[in-house]
Design a binder for this molecule. Structure first.
Ligand code: C2E
Ligand code: MG
Ligand code: MG
Length: 277
């Protein structure tokens, strides 16, 4: 108990320091569309640097930061940094930023987003905001108003970790989400040859298609999972199989590999066309 308490005190102290000195960094994980396997963008995932230089994962410090009411400042930094980095990349790539429900309680998220877009010069349609259904649990009209205001700025609103928690389908018609991300627990269940998981993934993809909501599958770790997604036709995929999250300095390598691949595909198609002629 003592050790837990001690660890918590250290974490709180570090979180306070990190906010003051911006001791955070973003790792970026590539997201691919499934049909041609083209890179479409990155998800920005925050890490806090510990005193010894190691990285503290978000699931460890975000809940603490929420309780300490530091999440607004962290969220603002993440958004600014994510937009700034996206501006250094090709214009067809998007950046996805996660928002904590606590950010909606304290300030105006739409104002913060508008400010980040203006300061960075990033086009709104290149920014995706990921929320989870916990935000919608309270059925609050104020949250809906804020989400609509955000969408009106031209950014995309994404339902993250879909299929966990309460997963009320009513969320999907109460707000026009641009994208659903199927939680990675479904990919884990697939590997256990869980036929029901396969059916549920297929059904969510079909539902997305009917509702004209894009579907991304998270946590794709193996070639067989990727092949399954090809078969069932999810729109996008993300996971260690395609690329792990890495610092901004490594983002260039994914972009380069992607444009090489696209170039090779174009040359092959042109060669085939010449043969036909
Ligand atoms: P998330 O938004 O669902 O992000 C995906 C998480 O799954 C990331 O963990 C990523 O590293 C991990 N992941 C991606 N592909 C795979 C895979 O193939 N296998 C496995 N096992 N894991 C995979 P990370 O970076 O530790 O982030 C965890 C969660 O922390 C995020 O889940 C998100 O909810 C939260 N988070 C991250 N960055 C932020 C942020 O800037 N603000 C807020 N509020 N929350 C954040
Ligand atoms: Mg996310
Ligand atoms: Mg997720």
């Amino acid at each position: 108990m003592d050790a837990d308490l001690q660890a918590r005190i250290v974490l709180e102290r570090r979180a306070r320091y990190a906010v003051l000195h911006e001791e955070f960094l973003l790792h970026y994980q590539p997201i691919y569309e499934t049909e041609e396997h083209n890179l479409i963008g990155f998800e920005a995932l925050v890490r806090m640097t510990a005193e010894d230089g190691s990285l503290v994962p978000p699931l460890t410090f975000i809940p603490v930061a929420e309780e300490m009411r530091l999440i607004d400042k962290i969220g603002r930094w993440v958004l600014r940094e994510g937009c700034r980095t996206a501006m250094t990349g090709p214009v067809h790539l998007t950046v996805a930023v996660n928002l904590s429900p606590a950010q909606f309680l304290t300030g105006s998220v739409s104002e913060m987003v508008a400010e980040a877009l203006k300061d960075s010069g990033l086009q709104a349609n290149r920014l995706e905001l990921e929320i989870t259904e916990t935000l919608l649990l309270g059925n609050s009209e104020a949250i809906m108003v804020e989400l609509r205001a955000l969408k009106a700025t031209g950014v995309s609103i994404v339902m993250d970790d879909f299929g966990t928690g309460y997963s009320s389908l009513s969320y999907l018609w109460r707000f026009p989400f641009d994208k659903i991300k199927i939680d990675r627990s479904f990919m884990q269940a697939l590997d256990g040859s869980d036929r029901d998981a396969e059916t549920v993934v297929k059904t969510i993809i079909a539902l997305g298609r009917e509702l004209k909501i894009q579907v991304t599958v998270e946590g794709v770790e193996t070639a067989s999972q990727a092949a399954f997604l090809d078969k069932v036709g999810s729109d996008q995929a993300q996971g260690f199989f395609f690329g792990r999250p890495g610092p901004a300095s490594e983002v260039g390598a994914s972009i380069l590999a992607d444009s090489e691949q696209q170039r090779a595909r174009t040359s092959k198609a042109e060669a085939e066309l010449r043969l036909v002629k």
